[in-house]
Write a protein that binds this ligand. Structure first.
Ligand code: CA
Ligand code: CU
Length: 388
């Protein structure tokens, strides 16, 4: 019932611990570092203890079974790692134990074709398609009260990376149908973008699904591995192979697209992880249902009585708070995007956390859905049906 793995950072698997020491090489002993070894540095990660991988019924179309179980959530400081980048990411610590129940998850990000089916069935209009009002933005000049969304724009020359407004512009007419603005058209197999939180929720409701919690997303992204920095293992590019759609070249001047894609990539362009999920890192950011706070993990651990007491099915704090922008209501986003690079942001790393203001989509923010198993076991009896 349990699968355990040797993590790159030295977390020992249960299987190895069960061996007698006489059968283990000195190198392995050094990796395992018994709990009693005082003063020795110790990985914060424990094993991943999966529930049964047997699905509770037939999978809903396009979804895969995520078994759930207990795992270590969060990220150690990546700045010392190869390709770890410059950001220490304290909001992803302490690493701590979490348990999630099993669930179904979309094997890909929601695509434009899927989103178009939703829009055709419901007439839904996304936030990016609706002009902001004077009531919502009393101080904004009237000429700015135009529907649109934020679009990444390469700079002409290298810039200090301390002000992201240098490479984001508010583009009138940018929305899921026109990802770069008027004149650009969506591709059916690309992930839908320019999706605000409410837009994602509306789609989920129509599809009979919901957004993943942050813990569910991370459990799923780890694909059964334990303590690895990436959804596929220890290295960003094993044997030189690109495993996710990220940014190459000089950020934010020019993406050379060595991984095959400048900007967004069609879903399933890179290998699936251990659970059969595609693009859990890179491509587009994905909304989670949790409110964002930088100290979420510390608060949960305090409430649970320590980092080794598994927190069951965490749903995040009751209210959002980001000291960097205290008036904005932010939700957690996971996975990073096609703009991630170790020059600026390495949130393609599986234990790291992103955040986004609820009403703000952009051309690198999308989502995917999850679904709870049906009581009685047959999930196949509940296909996605328009609810209105
Ligand atoms: Ca790319
Ligand atoms: Cu990033």
């Amino acid at each position: 019932m349990q699968k355990t793995f040797m993590s790159s950072s030295g977390a020992a698997s249960f299987a190895l611990l069960a061996l007698s020491f006489s059968t283990v090489s000195p190198a392995q002993v050094a990796l395992k570092r018994p709990e009693a070894a005082e003063g020795a540095p110790k990985s914060a990660y424990g094993p991943t203890l999966e529930n049964s991988r047997t699905p509770p019924g037939t999978a809903p179309a396009g979804m895969v079974w995520i078994p759930g179980g207990e795992f270590s959530m969060g990220s150690e400081d990546p700045t010392g790692m190869v390709c770890g980048g410059h950001d220490t990411m304290p909001d992803a610590r302490p690493v701590h134990r979490v348990y999630v129940d099993g669930f179904w998850m979309d094997e890909t990000e929601v695509t434009n074709a899927q989103f178009e089916a939703f829009v055709k069935a419901t007439g839904y209009r996304t936030i990016a398609e609706i002009a902001p009002t004077k009531e919502e933005f009393p101080t904004a000049p009237p000429e700015n009260l135009v529907a649109g969304s934020t679009v990444f724009t390469p700079t002409k020359s290298p810039v200090p990376l301390n002000d992201h407004y240098q490479w984001w512009r508010y583009q009138h007419g940018a929305n899921w149908r026109h990802p770069e603005g008027p004149g650009s058209d969506f591709k059916p197999s690309d992930p839908v973008v320019h999706i605000a939180y409410a837009d994602a929720l509306a789609y989920c409701k129509w599809a009979g699904k919901r957004l993943p919690t942050e813990a569910e997303f991370e459990f799923a992204a780890r694909g059964g591995l334990a303590g690895e920095p990436y959804a596929w293992g220890a290295e960003l590019r094993p044997d030189g192979k690109f495993m996710a759609n990220t940014f190459q070249g000089k950020f934010p001047v020019r993406d050379t697209g060595e991984d095959g894609f400048v900007g967004v990539a069609p879903v399933k362009s890179f290998p699936a992880n251990g659970y059969g999920l595609y693009d859990m890192a890179g491509n587009v950011w994905e909304w989670c249902s949790d409110w964002y706070r930088p100290d979420t993990f510390a608060r949960q651990i305090a409430a649970a009585g320590g980092p080794n007491k598994a927190i069951r099915n965490p749903r995040g704090p009751d209210a959002p708070f980001d000291p960097a922008e205290p008036n904005e209501k932010k939700r957690v986003q996971k996975g990073g995007s096609f703009l991630c690079t170790d020059q600026y942001c390495t949130r393609y790393m599986v234990g790291t956390r992103g955040k986004g203001e609820e009403t703000t989509g952009s051309n690198h923010v999308g989502f995917r859905c999850v679904k709870d198993p049906q009581p009685g076991g047959s999930a196949a009896a509940a296909p996605a049906v328009p609810s209105r």
